[in-house]
Design a binder for this molecule. Structure first.
Ligand code: NAG
Ligand code: NAG
Ligand code: NAG
Ligand code: NAG
Ligand code: NAG
Ligand code: NAG
Ligand code: NAG
Ligand code: NAG
Ligand code: NAG
Ligand code: NAG
Ligand code: NAG
Length: 659
C-alpha cells in the first residue's frame, strides 16, 4: 500500500521551511526534517506520528535556562492504514516539558476546557467536527479521508537547543487498539497501533456499517429526525442505565463546531435567549433574510435545562415524550418512567455544510446536576439509526435519518470536592467522628485550618449547623481530655450529611441507624441513598422506616429510598425562636437490622459494620478516615443487647425523639 505519505510530509515541511526562513533569527530554530518513518509502509492499523517543527525563544528572556519559555510548533498525524474504519479517534500525547498548549488546529482537547491548556502531564485530543478515519479501500486511497493532521502550537520550558523537546510517548486510546513502544528519530516520533486480536470466537453480529452502541452510565442519543439543506431536526434523549446514577435539575451543554445555531426547541430551553452572536457573526451574513428575533440561541456553548412539569402539555414548547420533569432523571429501579429525558430542536447550519447529508453533531458534551454524581462524556459516535415505534398502534417503526451516541460515565470526584459527607458513631463510644474537614471544599481558610483533623463531638452536636458547634466541640474536648488545636479545623461545608451509627451488636446479628441531614434550603424529592458494606451487606434484613433493597447486580450495596408519601428530605428551617436558636436541618432516619447467619466471623466493632461507600442521590459522600474505637469493656454492652427484638421495638418507638 503506497499512499505517497513520504511525499506529503516532505512537501509540507519544505513549504513550511521556506516560510519560516525569512523570519530566521538567532533565537529561532527549525528542525532539519528527519527522514520520515519508513514503518508506515509496514503498518496495518493506525499509524500515529509526531513531528517537531520549530521553536522561538519567548519573552521574558531569562538567564535561568530551566525557566526559559519557548514557543513551539509541531504536528501530530493519525493515518488509517488498516482495514477497518476508525470512529471517534482519541490520542494521547505524553508531553513532559511543562508544555502549555495554545492551539490544536483540527482537534479538540478531551477533558479540558479551552486553550491555553496545561499539558504538562500529557493531553488527550479527539476529532473536532468529524472524527472518522476511513480506510484506503473505501476511499481509493484518499488521504484527506484517511488521515487527520493536527497543527499544535504551544509553549515549553527549559529545553534549549540543540536538545529537542519531544513528548515521552504518543498513543491511540480507543478501546480495542494496542500501541507498542514508540520509535523516535531526531524530531520525529511514530508508532503503529494495531487492533487487538480477540481470543474467543467473535459472536455472529449483524453486519452494519455502524458502530455498536456502547454501554455506559448515561447514554445520550442524538437522532436526526428530519434533514433539509440548511437545517435539521434533532431529538436528544438521555437514558440512565446506572442503578445508582441520577440527575436533578440537569444542565446539558455542548460545543457547536461548525457555526450551527439553535432556531427553536421543544421539551427543554436554553438558559439564555440570545441571537447577538448570530447577527454579528457568519450566520448573520449568510442568512440575510432571516428574522433573528425568532432565533432561540446562537451561543457556541449553549446551556440547556429541562422544562418544569407544568409545561408538559404546552403545545408550543412542550409535548415531547419524556420531556418536562424539571430536570429529574431517576434510576430505573426507582421509577422506569422517570429514567429518561428528551427534547427536540431545530438546528441551522452554515456553509460549507449546505447539504442534507452534511450533519455534524456538536462535541464536548457535559451534563451536571444539583447534588449528583459527576459525569464524563465521550465524543459522539455514529451508531445504527434509532427505531421509533409507531405511536398510533400500527406495526411499523420509523428510522432516524442518522444517530449518534454519546456515553457518559460516572467518575469519582477528587478529595475535598464532594457534596455530601458521613459521620460515624457507635453505642460503645460516646464521641462522634464528624465529617472530614473541608469534605466539600473550603472557600475561606483564613480563620480555620483546612488540614486539621475534625474535632470529636458529643452526639447532640450533630443536630446544629457547623457554625454553632464550636463551643460544644471545645467543651467536649475539655471534658474528655482531648487536645484542642490552636487553629481550629474548618467545617465540612456539605449540603447533605449522613450519620452512620452502630446501634447494637450481638451474637447472631447487629443493627445500625442511619440519619440524613439536609443543611440547604432546597427539598429533595424522591431522594435515595446507597450503602456499600464489603463484608456484611448480605446479612441485610430490614430497614424499618425506609424502603430498602439489597441490590443484586451491584455488589454489596443496599439501596434505600423513602416510603411512599415520605420521600421528601426537607430543607433547613429556622429554629423555633430564630433570634436565639440555631437553624434546624431537614432529617430522615431509620434503623437497619442485619443477621450474622452467613458469616459468624464478622467483627462489627473492628470495622465490618462501617460502610466502605455511601452515596446520596448518586453522589459519593466523603467518608471519615477513622472509626470509633471501643475502650475494651464493650462486651458488657453486647450482653445487654442480646434480647434484640425487644430492643429494636423500643428503638423504633424512641426514634421520633432521637435525632
Ligand atoms: C531556575 O528555574 C527553575 C524553574 O522555575 C527553578 O526551580 C530553579 O530554582 C531556578 N534556578 C535558579 C538558579 O534560579
Ligand atoms: C500532574 O501530575 C502531578 C503528579 O501526579 C500532579 O501533582 C499535578 O497536579 C498534575 N498536573 C495537572 C495539571 O494535572
Ligand atoms: C463507560 O463504562 C463502560 C462500562 O461500565 C465501558 O464499557 C465504556 O467504555 C465506558 N465509556 C467511556 C466513554 O469511558
Ligand atoms: C397532560 O395531559 C395528560 C393527558 O391528557 C394528563 O394526564 C396530564 O396530567 C397533563 N399534564 C399536565 C401537567 O397538565
Ligand atoms: C423546578 O426547579 C426549579 C429550580 O430549577 C425550582 O425552583 C422549582 O421549584 C421546581 N419546580 C417544581 C414544580 O418542582
Ligand atoms: C419499595 O421500592 C420498590 C422499588 O422502587 C417498589 O416497587 C415498592 O413498591 C416500594 N415499597 C414500598 C412499601 O414503598
Ligand atoms: C451533498 O453531499 C453528497 C455526499 O456527500 C454529494 O454527493 C452531493 O454532491 C452534495 N450536494 C451538494 C449540492 O453539494
Ligand atoms: C444550571 O445553569 C444555570 C445557569 O447557568 C445555573 O444558574 C444553575 O445553577 C445550573 N444548575 C446546576 C445544577 O448546575
Ligand atoms: C449560630 O451561628 C450563626 C452563624 O455564625 C450565628 O449567627 C448564630 O447566632 C449562632 N446561634 C447560636 C444559638 O449560637
Ligand atoms: C428565618 O429567619 C430569618 C431571620 O432570622 C428570616 O429572614 C427568614 O424569613 C426566616 N425564614 C422562615 C422560613 O421563617
Ligand atoms: C472513641 O473513638 C475515638 C476515635 O476512634 C477515640 O479517639 C477515643 O479514644 C474513643 N473513646 C473511648 C472512650 O474509647
Amino acid at each position: 500500500m503506497k499512499f505517497g505519505w513520504v511525499h506529503v510530509l516532505l512537501l509540507l515541511h519544505l513549504s513550511y521551511l521556506t516560510n519560516r526562513l525569512i523570519l530566521a533569527q538567532e533565537d529561532q530554530e527549525q528542525a532539519t526534517p528527519s527522514a520520515p518513518p519508513p514503518s508506515v509502509e509496514k503498518c496495518n492499523g493506525i499509524f500515529l506520528s509526531y513531528q517537531f517543527l520549530s521553536r522561538t525563544k519567548e519573552y521574558p528572556r531569562l538567564k535561568n535556562a530551566t525557566a526559559q519559555g519557548w514557543a513551539f510548533q509541531s504536528t501530530a498525524t493519525i493515518l488509517n492504514t488498516g482495514m477497518v474504519e476508525l470512529e471517534a479517534w482519541e490520542i494521547y500525547i505524553g508531553f513532559q516539558h511543562r508544555e502549555v498548549l495554545v492551539g490544536a488546529e483540527g482537534a479538540i482537547l478531551v477533558g479540558s476546557d479551552d486553550f491555553p491548556a496545561d499539558a504538562s502531564n500529557g493531553t488527550h485530543l479527539s476529532g473536532s467536527a468529524s472524527s472518522v478515519l476511513k480506510t484506503a479501500a473505501d476511499t481509493a486511497g484518499d488521504l484527506d479521508q484517511m488521515q487527520v493532521q493536527i497543527k499544535l502550537t504551544g509553549t515549553q520550558f527549559g529545553v534549549k537547543p540543540p536538545r529537542i523537546p519531544m513528548p515521552k510517548t504518543i498513543k491511540l486510546v480507543n478501546p480495542g487498539y494496542k500501541c507498542p513502544a514508540v520509535k523516535t528519530h531526531k524530531t520525529a516520533m511514530w508508532v503503529c497501533c494495531t487492533k487487538e486480536k480477540i481470543k474467543r470466537k467473535p459472536k455472529k453480529v449483524v453486519k452494519t456499517k455502524f458502530f455498536p452502541r456502547q454501554e455506559g452510565d448515561l447514554s445520550i442519543s442524538y437522532d436526526i429526525t428530519a434533514a433539509y439543506d440548511s437545517s435539521y431536526m434533532a431529538l436528544v434523549t438521555m437514558e440512565n442505565n446506572s442503578p445508582l446514577g441520577r440527575l436533578d435539575h440537569w444542565n446539558l451543554t455542548w460545543e457547536w463546531m461548525r457555526g450551527e445555531f439553535i432556531y427553536s426547541m421543544k421539551g427543554a430551553y436554553t438558559r439564555l435567549v440570545d441571537y447577538t452572536d448570530c447577527i454579528y457573526g457568519a450566520a448573520g451574513q449568510f442568512y440575510q433574510q432571516m428574522d433573528f428575533s425568532n432565533v432561540l440561541n446562537c451561543q457556541k456553548k449553549p446551556i440547556i435545562s429541562d422544562l418544569p412539569k407544568e409545561r408538559a402539555n404546552d403545545t408550543k414548547i412542550g409535548k415531547v415524550p419524556n420531556c418536562c420533569r424539571n430536570g429529574t432523571i431517576l434510576p430505573k429501579l426507582m421509577d422506569p418512567s422517570q429514567s429518561k429525558s428528551a427534547f427536540q430542536m431545530q438546528v441551522y447550519k452554515l456553509p460549507p455544510d449546505m447539504n442534507r447529508t452534511a450533519i455534524n453533531p456538536p462535541q464536548r458534551w457535559k451534563i451536571v446536576g444539583l447534588l449528583n454524581p459527576e459525569y464524563k462524556c465521550s465524543a459522539p459516535i455514529r451508531v445504527a439509526p434509532t427505531e421509533f415505534p409507531d405511536t398510533s398502534g400500527l406495526q411499523f417503526s420509523t428510522l432516524a435519518i442518522a444517530t449518534w451516541q454519546i456515553v457518559c460515565n460516572i467518575t469519582t470526584r477528587k478529595a475535598k470536592t464532594s457534596r455530601c459527607c458521613v459521620s460515624f458513631s457507635a453505642y460503645y463510644n460516646e464521641s462522634v467522628i464528624p465529617c472530614n474537614t473541608c469534605a466539600c471544599g473550603c472557600d475561606d481558610t483564613s480563620t480555620c485550618n483546612e488540614d486539621a483533623q475534625a474535632m470529636l463531638l458529643p452526639s447532640e452536636a450533630l443536630l446544629v449547623p457547623f457554625s454553632n458547634r464550636t463551643a460544644k466541640a471545645k467543651a467536649w474536648a475539655k471534658l474528655k481530655h482531648f487536645r484542642i488545636p490552636k487553629r481550629l479545623p474548618c467545617g465540612d461545608n456539605c449540603g447533605v450529611s449522613i450519620n452512620w451509627h452502630i446501634n447494637t451488636d450481638y451474637k447472631t446479628g447487629w443493627s445500625a441507624r442511619i440519619t440524613l441531614f439536609n443543611w440547604q434550603e432546597i427539598n429533595f424529592e424522591n431522594w435515595f441513598t446507597a450503602i456499600q458494606l464489603k463484608k456484611t451487606s448480605s446479612g441485610y434484613e430490614k430497614a424499618y422506616s425506609f424502603n430498602g433493597t439489597l441490590l443484586k447486580d451491584h455488589k454489596n450495596t443496599i439501596f434505600l429510598q423513602g416510603l411512599v408519601g415520605l420521600n421528601f428530605l426537607m430543607g433547613e428551617t429556622n429554629g423555633t425562636n430564630p433570634k436565639s436558636d440555631p437553624k434546624v436541618p431537614g432529617k430522615q432516619q431509620t434503623v437497619i437490622s442485619f443477621t450474622k447467619k452467613h458469616h459468624r466471623r464478622v467483627n462489627i466493632v473492628k470495622g465490618d459494620g462501617f460502610p466502605s461507600k455511601i452515596l446520596f442521590n448518586g453522589e459519593e459522600c466523603s467518608l471519615p478516615k477513622r472509626i470509633p474505637i471501643a475502650n475494651g469493656n464493650h462486651c458488657h454492652v453486647n450482653l445487654l443487647h442480646v434480647a434484640l427484638p425487644v430492643f429494636v421495638a423500643f428503638a423504633l418507638m424512641g426514634l421520633k425523639n432521637q435525632y
